[in-house]
Design a protein around this ligand. Sequence first.
Ligand code: ATP
Ligand code: HSE
Length: 326
Amino acid sequence: MAVYTEVTDEALCAFLEAYPIGELVAFRGIAEGVENSNYQLKTTGGDFILTLYEKRVDPTELPWFLGLMRHLAAHGVECPQPVSGRDGEALRELAGRPAAICTFLPGVWPRRVRGEHAAPLGDALAGLHLAGQGYAATRANALGPLGWQPLLGLCRKDGDSVQPGLIAELDAALAGILAAWPAPGSLPEGHIHADLFPDNVFFLEDEAGKPRISGLIDFYFACTDLLAYDLAVCLNAWCFEPDYSFNVTRASAMIRAYSARRPLLPAERAALPVLCRGAALRFLLTRLFDWVNTPPGAMVTRKDPLEYMRKLRFFLSAETPEAIGG
Ligand SMILES: Nc1ncnc2c1ncn2[C@@H]1O[C@H](COP(=O)(O)OP(=O)(O)OP(=O)(O)O)[C@@H](O)[C@H]1O
Ligand SMILES: N[C@@H](CCO)C(=O)O
């Protein structure tokens, strides 16, 4: 359930007066998503998404995220576009929260990932990286390597209650990953999505029944970091079977499609195993943090950290890029 902040009819109608998108026809809360409150709006001007940004998004960073979405949409990426009010502002306040309206994207995210999703995803990811190049402002990755040690520290006290020995295993993995992490400046950097999981990628089917991407959403973890790290996030999120076996065919198709649009440098390909380990650790740590630090009844949907322990173990055992489809 992710409608944390309720909006009344009256408040919404008053809010909409600031926008040139007609009058409210209908609106409903969207239960999916864990970070923010989302509403689907139908107005006489069309379909839109209203997002109320909840506590975990720093309001001072919102202009960067909205600016990136605008930039990407202007450069050919299908992604939500912030709608400006009559005063030119896209960001304002509703029900005591920062709020923005974005364009609605058609399509649905895949509840079950299939092999044929991999190539369109790789292609779209490379397209996003290329389109992001002209967006000059940068945002450091708070959940990058420098953030992992402090995050692990915050899980230290209770982490072993999730699985005995977990913290010692993570200490050892983190030390190895940091020691092997690419040196600053050694790999291409740019703006990355950093959370391109299946629930953030919408597909439609073409006439032949083949899936094609209709849009990418949820840019609120986007940041400036190693481009190949974004591919590592996708290899984690898209390439495991429900029994946690790694689907190397799917990974190869994704990497090939990415490289066809933005050729990976040999050094990026060589770094994929450690980048995949780092990406697995990142999602493990944020999930573990939520697991051990969320009081019952709090407004955060917890996800299983151990799913990422299994993925991390796989990537620790995969020593070459070939072993992960590279
Ligand atoms: N622009 C859009 N067009 C159509 N549907 C959207 C759009 N933005 C969001 N949605 C719908 O809202 C749901 C939640 O959105 P989103 O994933 O951005 O929420 P969140 O709580 O910020 O994210 P998350 O939990 O993934 O971090 C999506 O699964 C989708 O159904
Ligand atoms: N994609 C993240 C949640 C944050 O959007 C996860 O699965 O842990």
